[in-house]
Design a protein around this ligand. Structure first.
Ligand code: PGA
Length: 256
């Protein structure tokens, strides 16, 4: 069985001090839910403090991006070895990075391979725009993004990869995709693409999240879908009470 994984993407919110205080309050609230993997993804500057505060808690830590080179003259960038020991996961290909930082499928593929080479587990985000969605291009766009991100990644690495379906029109808008639509894309397109690339048994083992306006009150609905293994959550992961409710709802829906 795929262990459910809920990751809080804090984006450019919370200072170092706020992040550390948050996880200290969160950890006891999640202690009972060992059947769900909980991950927080703070800003780079809070990673060390959050990591320290979460030692022994069972809650994982993720970074929000990385560069593909191991080092070099890349002002402002963070290299994979710099994240070793500070992050287990790293979000790659978030639509905000694709849109505002100009990240292309090719760059995302290089980042995925670099993360894996340094023992970091990528959470690869894919998603279509509203225009693409309305033009009926969702399956083609998502299938293409998945294939591009995984180009050259071998089957043995797929247990270290999480995928996240995040329709761009649903992120931070309050307009979430229905759980049926999310299931359809995740099961019908993403897992199907993984099956074509790696065969059924590998595809069945890969965890796939939904993301986009996930809240405590719609969480159980998503998690009741057979192919949805978790969520990548922005806004609702910024409050301790909401975060705890997301994990509680996931545990309930999956019976873990
Ligand atoms: P949201 O963000 O939950 O605020 O819609 C999700 C994301 O961008 O990962």
């Amino acid at each position: 069985m795929r262990k459910p994984i809920i990751a809080g993407n804090w984006k450019m919110y919370k200072t170092h001090a706020e992040s550390v205080a948050f996880v200290k309050e969160l950890a006891p609230r999640l202690a009972a839910y060992t059947g769900v993997e909980s991950v927080v993804c703070p800003t780079f500057v809070a990673l060390a403090g959050v990591c320290e505060a979460l030692k022994g808690s069972g809650i994982g830590v993720g970074a929000q991006n990385l560069h593909w080179e191991a080092q070099g003259a890349f002002t402002s960038q963070i290299a994979p070895p710099m994240l070793q020991g500070l992050a287990e996961y790293v979000i790659i290909g978030h639509s905000e990075c694709r849109a505002y930082l100009g990240e292309t499928d090719e760059m995302i593929n290089k980042k995925v391979k670099a993360a894996l080479a340094y023992g970091l587990k990528p959470i690869i985000a894919v998603g279509e725009s509203l225009t693409q969605n309305e033009a009926g291009q969702t399956a083609a766009v998502i299938g293409g993004q998945v294939r591009a991100a995984l180009d050259g990644v071998d089957a043995a690495n797929m247990t270290n990869i999480v995928l996240a379906y995040e329709p761009i029109w649903a992120i931070g808008t309050g307009k979430n995709a229905s759980s049926a639509i999310a299931q359809d894309v995740i099961g019908g397109t993403i897992r199907k693409t993984l099956t074509e690339l790696y065969g059924n048994s590998v595809a069945q083992g890969v965890r796939i999240q939904y993301g986009g306006s996930v809240k405590p009150d719609n969480m159980q609905d998503y998690m009741s879908q057979p192919d949805i293994d978790g969520a990548l959550v922005g806004g609702a992961s910024l409050k301790v009470d909401d975060f705890a409710k997301l994990i509680e709802a996931a545990a309930k829906a999956k019976g873990v």
